[in-house]
Design a protein around this ligand. Sequence first.
Ligand code: HEM
Ligand code: HEM
Length: 223
Amino acid sequence: MDATTQTRSLPVWDIFTRLFHWSLVGAIGFAWWSGEEGGTWMNWHMIAGYAVVSLVLFRLIWGFAGSPYSRFSDFLRGPGITLNYLKQVLSGKAPTYTGHNPLGGWMVLLLIVLCAVQGITGLFATDDIFTEGPLTSMVSGDTASFLTSVHEINFNILLTAVGLHLLGVVYHQRLKREPLVQGMIHGRKPVTNSHSHPALAPFVRGTVVAAIAVALFVLLYSL
Ligand code: HEM
Ligand code: HEM
C-alpha cells in the first residue's frame, strides 16, 4: 500500500455526537416501553420525552456548530448526488464516505425530525384520564386529541424509520465491512488519504451547547 492509498483510523464522531446518539436510543426505547406500560410509568414517559426534545435541540445546534462531519452541510447533499449514490448502492459500487453517506444523511435528518414531532406532540397529548402533557391545557380539546393521534401515528412512522436506519447500518457493517457501529462507539473511522482530515470541534463548545439542551430539559421538567 503506497502513501496515496493509506488508511488510518482517525476521529470522526466527537464525544457529544456519540453521547447524543446513544442517549437518544436509550430515551426513545424507554419512552416506548413506559408509554405502552402506562399507569404511573407515564411520569417517567414524560421525563424520557423531555430528554428526547432536549437531545433534538442539542443536535440541531450541533448540526451548525459541531465537528465537521456532524454538520448538516457535510451530509445533506442535493437530490442529484443522493440519487446517484442510490444507483451506486443498487449496482454494488457505492463509494465509502468518512461521515454520513448521502442516503444516510437524509435518514439522519428524518430521524431527528420524527423525534422532534414525537416529543413536541407529546407535550400536548392526553390519555383523557390520568396523564396529560404540560402544554395540553393551553390548547382546545379537539387540538389536544388531534395532537395525541399524531403522537400515536408518528411513533409508528418513527419505528419504521429506525428499522430502515438499522437495515442501512447492517448493510454497511456486514456486506461492506465498514465498522460504523464501532465508529459510533469510539468515534474513530478508517479514513483513506487523510492528509487534510479536519479537527473535531472544541470540547468547550460542545459543553456550552449541551448546557443549553440541559436548560431546556430543566425548563420542560418544571412546567
Ligand atoms: C431509537 C433508535 C435509533 C435512533 C432514533 C437513531 C438515530 C440516529 C441518528 C440521528 C444518527 C445520526 C448521528 C449524528 O450524526 O448525530 C444515527 C447514526 C448512527 N446510528 Fe443510530 N439510531 C437508533 C438506533 C441505532 C442502533 C440500535 C444502532 C446500532 C446498533 C445504531 C447505529 C448507528 C450508527 C452506526 C450510526 C452512524 C452511521 C454512519 O456512520 O453514518 N443506531 N442514528
Ligand atoms: C419523544 C419521545 C416519545 C415517545 C417515543 C413516545 C411514545 C409514546 C407511545 C408509544 C405511547 C403509547 C401510544 C398508544 O398507547 O397507542 C405514548 C403515549 C403518550 N405519550 Fe408519549 N412519547 C414520547 C414523548 C412524550 C412526551 C414528551 C409527552 C408529554 C410530556 C408524552 C405524553 C404521552 C401521553 C399523554 C400519552 C398517552 C396518549 C394516549 O393514551 O393515547 N409523550 N407515547
